[in-house]
Design a binder for this molecule. Structure first.
Ligand code: NAP
Length: 264
């Protein structure tokens, strides 16, 4: 889907509730879809989900859906005002820090309630071997050594950081074809999670993977790669999370709904 093209859709099964408070969910995550599903089933709110448009064929949440950027914090302020939004729920991906900054600024400016959900990060156990690095550039520098066979599943947006890695070999997994130049020695597989442990074990064995680069996304959908790494004793280069929120966050969709009840 074209990220610059803002479109709005409405599920035919979801009636518009013109009098109900309008809740905007900044989405793109499993948790955001879960919140949308639960709110769309209620008659006391109208739910609108916003997706960045990173995936060509996104799984659409229940309720009204719009896709594409707002045009920075100023654009978001205009949207919230024009669309008569009463509450904003930020349930974006842990690495999507710009939209969260914009949401805080916009809601502060308009004195709108903002509820932020941040999925808890994964934690290593005593059988894991993780090297934590601050960003993708540091990960690229760390892994680029001859004989390394690297599994790279960090989404497609930041693959460019690895394009100058000429020594290591990469197995790149993404949902859609990356726009960035791929590393010189690489193979691309296009797949969408959730992924299962048996498949991850088979993939890593078949491709003789010796190192994994991952973001600390948290959640269950992509955790099996870390379980497979543990079982096969493959080290993991873990890219640390960016600082995303200044306001306190909650961890689960249920907590968001409880907070929302306070504002409605
Ligand atoms: P970002 O850096 O926080 O956002 C960049 C811009 O994308 C925002 O300023 C905004 O554009 C637009 N945007 C982001 N989320 C939006 C939403 N829910 N609705 C409308 N517009 C939105 O986030 P990102 O560039 O999308 O992703 C950064 C990293 O997050 C990626 O590298 C990836 O690791 C991870 N990630 C993101 C998503 C996702 O759905 N966004 C999903 C999986 C992983 P305007 O300033 O024009 O409003």
């Amino acid at each position: 889907m074209d990220a610059d093209k803002v479109i709005e859709m409405q599920s035919v099964t979801t009636p518009t509730r013109s009098q109900a408070p309008r809740v905007l969910i900044l989405g793109g995550t499993t948790e955001a879809s879960e919140i949308a599903r639960r709110l769309a089933a209620r008659s006391d709110v109208t739910v609108i989900s916003s997706l960045a448009g990173r995936v060509r064929q996104p799984r659409l949440p229940a309720g009204i859906v719009r896709v594409g950027g707002f045009g920075g914090a100023a654009g978001l302020i205009s949207y919230l005002t024009n669309d008569n939004i009463g509450v904003v729920i930020d349930a974006t991906h842990p690495y999507a820090s710009k939209i969260s900054g914009n949401a805080e600024l916009a809601c502060n400016t308009l004195r709108l309630p903002l509820i932020a959900l941040e999925r808890p990060p994964w934690e290593p156990n005593e059988h894991d071997c993780w090297y934590t690095v601050p960003d993708v550039q540091a990960a690229a520098t760390m892994v680029n050594h001859k004989n390394n066979r690297v599994f790279l599943s960090i989404g497609r947006q930041e693959l460019g950081a690895f394009s100058r890695c000429e020594d290591a070999w990469f197995l790149v997994r993404a949902i859609d074809e990356p726009a960035d130049k791929m590393p010189a020695k690489s193979k691309l597989i296009l797949q969408r999670g959730p992924f299962h442990l048996d498949d991850e074990l088979q993939l890593f064995r078949n491709e003789s993977i010796s190192l994994i680069v991952s973001k600390n996304s948290g959640g269950t959908a992509t955790y099996s790669k870390l379980e497979a790494a543990r079982a096969l004793k493959i080290p993991v280069v873990m890219i640390d999370r960016p600082l995303k929120h200044k306001i306190p966050t909650v961890a689960r969709p249920e907590d968001v709904l409880l907070k929302l009840a306070e504002f409605l």
